[in-house]
Design a protein around this ligand. Structure first.
Ligand code: NAD
Length: 250
């Protein structure tokens, strides 16, 4: 393999669709040997190596991470990307829904990281990148549960960066805005007027368009790569300016 990541190995959770698939594909394109851990890895084709696991099930995560590490010969890069959405205010989701989303979005990341850490410790350029969201910081309406789960991912990213910096393991996250993935496609598909809803969504973006999965993947791969060797404990927004800009009304 040639490329800036030649000789490195990577594991991407939720790597069979959307941002995860774009990230796994770009890591492989740059020369890394890449494993994808997903509920259904069939969307990830060779050279990506697919492993079936549910991040909300500790046994399944342990088994898949062990199998992936063995197939790859180690893990240098971990991308904690698997996640699910939730819509509503605090009144709209019951305890079961809260626990389910936290189980996947927060504890899923904890389980995968715990299983991968012994392998990351053996790497000379270990990096973890978590897929967070602008929902962690932006105060989005109708996203109480999802925002809380991603706020926790942001805090955990910083805490993990502090805990593991002396071991040579960097930990960062990306905060995507609204990204054109199958996830957003499903939300739009459920609207009364999908085309009108997509146009309205584009118009709400400062750039006038959604972020692409490839743009988020490029940021994740940068943070994961040796080029970012001095970057740890950061959150990189990939949101077309959505969270940070205060535009004047047109
Ligand atoms: P997606 O639905 O296209 O892909 C998610 C992938 O995760 C799927 O392959 C799915 O099978 C897998 N997955 C879901 N639950 C899993 C589980 N329990 N165990 C293992 N795999 C599981 O979604 P996407 O838009 O690419 O989102 C990926 C990540 O990006 C999520 O963490 C999401 O919160 C985050 N994000 C997305 C957007 C957006 O607008 N699309 C914005 C900000 C953050």
């Amino acid at each position: 393999m040639t490329g800036e990541l030649a000789g490195l190995t990577a594991l991407v959770t939720g790597g069979a669709s959307g941002i995860g698939l774009a990230t796994a594909s770009l890591l492989a394109e740059r020369g890394a040997d890449v494993a994808v851990l997903d509920l259904d890895p069939s969307g990830a084709h060779p050279p990506l190596r697919g492993f079936t696991a549910d991040v909300s099930d500790d046994e399944s995560v342990r088994a898949a991470v062990a199998a992936a590490a063995e197939a790859l010969g180690g893990i240098d890069i971990l991308v904690n990307n698997a996640g699910i959405g939730a819509i509503g205010t605090v009144e709209d989701n019951d305890d079961e829904q809260w626990l389910r989303v936290l189980d996947v979005n927060l504890l899923g990341l904890v389980r995968t990281t715990r299983a991968a850490l012994p392998h990351l410790r053996r790497s000379t350029c270990a990096a973890v990148v978590n897929t967070c969201s602008i929902a962690a910081t932006a105060g989005l309406p109708q996203r109480a549960l999802y925002s809380a789960s991603k706020g926790a991912v942001l805090s955990l990213t910083l805490a993990m960066a502090a805990d593991h910096v002396r071991e040579g393991i960097r930990v960062n996250c990306v905060n995507p805005g609204t990204v054109d993935t199958p996830w957003v496609g499903r939300l739009l598909g459920a609207a009364a007027d999908p085309a009108g809803e997509r146009a309205a969504l584009n118009a709400r973006q400062p750039t006038g368009r959604l972020v692409s999965a490839e743009e988020v993947a490029a940021a994740i791969v940068y943070l994961a790569s040796p080029a970012a060797a001095s970057i740890t404990g950061t959150a990189l927004a990939v949101d077309g300016g959505m969270a940070g800009l205060r535009l004047r009304p047109e």
